[in-house]
Ligand binder design. Structure first.
Ligand SMILES: [Zn+2]
Length: 494
C-alpha cells in the first residue's frame, strides 16, 4: 500500500469516527455532554450534581488558573486561604447576603458523634468569614489596602446542574479587597473587570462584553455588580466573571473600621470578584465544532501532537525522527505529546486528537522523512502545511499564535453576526425564539418590565451599558415604550 493511499483511507476512517458525535447544530446540549465525555474532561460523580474533573479537563483548568493567577499577582494581589466552614451567625449578619444564598447552602450539623452548637455553612462564597478576619487585621489606614485572593472550592446546592457550567461543588478564585476610600474601591472593581476581559479575550480567545448588572441580577449583598458576558455557539450568553463593588455593607456588619489620617474611625470600602471552572465550559461552547473541541493554544494541555505514520519498519525509521522532533519542540517551550501507541492506527489517533482539540497535529511518515519534512495540520482550519523538519521548532510557535487569533476572530465574528439591535417587542420575541444571540435595546430601568420580559421570553438583562452621552440618540424601553438613555444587552443565558 502506498503512503498516499494510506492517507486517503485514514481520512475516510477519520470522518467515520467523528460522526459518532451528535452535530452541534442538531442538539447543542447533547453535543456538549458528549464532547465532555469523549474528550475525558469530566465524569458524573455518584452524588447528584457533582462532577469529577478528569486529568485532561483538570489540565485545562490548571492552565487557565496559572494564567489568571499571574494576572492577579501582577496587579498587586496576594493569595491566602480561609476555612471551608462558616458559622451560621456570620452569614446572617448581612441580611441581603443570607437571603440570596439561603436556598443553596449546605450545612454541617454534626462533628463526629456530637451535635454542633451552631451550624456551619459549607462556603457558598467567603465574604462573611473574610469580613470577620479583616475586622481583626485592619486597624489603621496604614493597613490598607488589603488585596487578597483565594483559590478554593465552593458548594451551592443547585437544582439543575450541567458539567462545568453549574455544579454543586466547583472551583474558583475569589478576590476580597478592602480600601480606605470609595474611589479606590470603585477603581479596583473596574480594574478587575478589565483584567477578566483581557484574560478571556487574550488567553481564552473568547470575546466578551463587560458592563454593570441590574439590581435584580446583582450579587446578594453587593452595591454594584459588574460582569463579563460571552456569547456561546448556541446563541446563549454565559457570565464568565463578576466583580462586585461592596460599598461598606460588609464592613459595617463585620465592623471593619480603621483610624484614618485625621484620627477619625471609618469603615473600610470593599470589593470581591470571582471566576470559576465554568470557564472550561466557555472554552468548549465558544470554540467547539462538530468534530469536538478546538482549544486555544495558550490554555490547551497539549499544543502539538506528533503522530508517526506506522508503516513497515516505522519503529526504526520514523519513530526516532519523531522522538527527536518532540524533544526539539519541548526545548522550544511547547507542550508536546508524541503518540507512539502501537495498538491504534494513525487514522484513529488523528480523529481522537482532533476531537480533543489539540491545536496542531504533526504527521511524520517514511516519505516525509525522505523529503526531510513533516505535515502540520491545523485544528481550527484543518489546513495542511508541509514544513521542513529542521524549521519545526522555529515555525510552530508562530502558527500557534495564528490559531489563537483565528479562534478569537471567528468567535468575534459569530458574536457580531448574532447581535441584533431591536426596537420593537415582536422582533425581540421572534429573535429569541428563532435565532437567539444578544439583543441590544433600551430598558426604562423599571424592575417590573425586566421581570415581565424574563417571564415571557426567558431572556435576562446581561449588562447595562454606561449611560449615553447627551448627543446620542435616546431610545424607548422595549416593553413599555418609555423614553430611556439606558441601553442594555438581553439574552437567554446559562
Ligand atoms: Zn419599561
Amino acid at each position: 500500500m502506498t503512503e498516499i493511499f494510506e492517507r486517503e483511507t485514514i481520512l475516510k476512517e477519520d470522518a467515520r469516527l467523528v460522526k459518532n458525535i451528535t452535530p452541534k447544530s442538531e442538539d447543542f446540549s447533547r453535543w456538549y455532554i458528549e464532547i465532555i465525555r469523549k474528550a475525558e474532561l469530566s465524569d458524573y460523580a455518584p452524588m447528584k450534581g457533582m462532577m469529577v474533573i478528569r486529568p485532561y479537563g483538570y489540565t485545562i483548568w490548571e492552565n487557565l488558573q496559572q494564567r489568571l493567577d499571574r494576572r492577579i499577582k501582577d496587579t498587586g494581589h496576594v493569595n491566602a486561604y480561609f476555612p471551608l466552614f462558616i458559622p451560621e451567625s456570620f452569614l446572617q449578619k448581612e441580611a441581603e447576603h443570607v437571603e440570596g444564598f439561603a436556598p443553596e447552602v449546605a450545612w454541617v450539623t454534626r462533628g463526629g458523634r456530637e451535635e454542633l452548637e451552631e451550624r456551619l455553612a459549607v462556603r457558598p462564597t467567603s465574604e462573611a468569614i473574610i469580613g470577620h478576619m479583616y475586622a481583626r487585621w485592619i486597624k489603621s489606614y496604614r493597613d490598607l489596602p488589603v488585596l487578597i485572593n483565594q483559590w478554593a472550592n465552593i458548594v451551592r446546592w443547585e437544582k439543575t446542574t450541567r458539567p462545568f457550567l453549574r455544579t454543586t461543588e466547583f472551583l474558583w478564585q475569589e478576590g476580597h479587597t478592602a480600601h480606605a476610600t470609595e474611589a479606590e474601591a470603585r477603581e479596583e472593581t473596574l480594574k478587575i473587570l478589565d483584567l477578566y476581559k483581557d484574560f478571556s479575550e487574550q488567553d481564552m480567545a473568547v470575546p466578551v462584553i463587560s458592563g454593570i448588572k441590574t439590581g435584580r441580577e446583582k450579587f446578594a449583598g453587593a452595591e454594584e455588580t459588574y460582569c463579563i458576558e460571552g456569547l456561546m455557539a448556541d446563541g446563549r450568553a454565559l457570565q464568565m466573571g463578576t466583580s462586585h463593588f461592596l460599598g461598606q455593607h460588609f464592613s459595617e456588619v463585620f465592623n471593619i473600621r480603621f483610624e484614618d489620617r485625621d484620627q477619625q474611625l471609618r469603615y473600610a470600602w470593599q470589593t470581591s470578584w470571582g471566576a470559576s471552572t465554568r470557564l472550561v465550559g466557555a472554552l468548549i461552547m465558544a470554540h467547539g465544532d462538530d468534530s469536538g473541541l478546538r482549544l486555544p493554544p495558550r490554555v490547551a494541555p497539549i499544543q502539538v501532537v506528533i503522530v508517526p505514520i506506522s508503516m513497515g519498519d516505522w519503529k526504526t525509521t520514523v519513530l526516532p525522527v519523531a522522538r527527536k522532533l518532540a524533544q526539539e519542540l519541548k526545548a522550544a517551550g511547547l507542550r508536546v505529546h508524541l503518540d507512539d501507541r502501537e495498538e491504534f492506527t494513525p487514522g484513529w489517533k488523528f480523529s481522537e486528537w482532533e476531537m480533543r482539540g489539540v491545536p496542531l497535529r504533526l504527521e511524520v511518515g517514511p516519505r516525509d522523512i525522505k523529503q526531510k519534512q513533516a505535515i502540520v495540520v491545523r485544528r481550527d482550519s484543518r489546513k495542511k502545511i508541509p514544513i521542513p523538519l529542521e524549521a519545526a521548532a522555529s515555525r510552530l510557535p508562530g502558527l500557534l499564535d495564528e490559531i489563537q487569533s483565528a479562534l478569537f476572530d471567528s468567535a468575534l465574528k459569530f458574536r457580531e453576526d448574532n447581535t441584533h439591535e431591536v426596537t420593537n417587542y415582536t422582533d425581540f420575541q421572534d429573535i429569541l425564539e428563532n435565532r437567539r444571540g444578544f439583543i441590544k435595546t433600551f430598558w426604562c430601568g423599571d424592575a417590573a418590565c425586566e421581570d415581565k420580559i424574563k417571564a415571557e421570553t426567558m431572556a435576562t438583562i446581561r449588562v447595562v451599558f454606561p449611560p449615553l452621552s447627551s448627543d446620542e440618540k435616546r431610545g424607548r424601553c422595549i416593553l413599555c415604550g418609555k423614553e430611556s438613555d439606558r441601553q442594555v444587552l438581553f439574552a437567554r443565558a446559562y
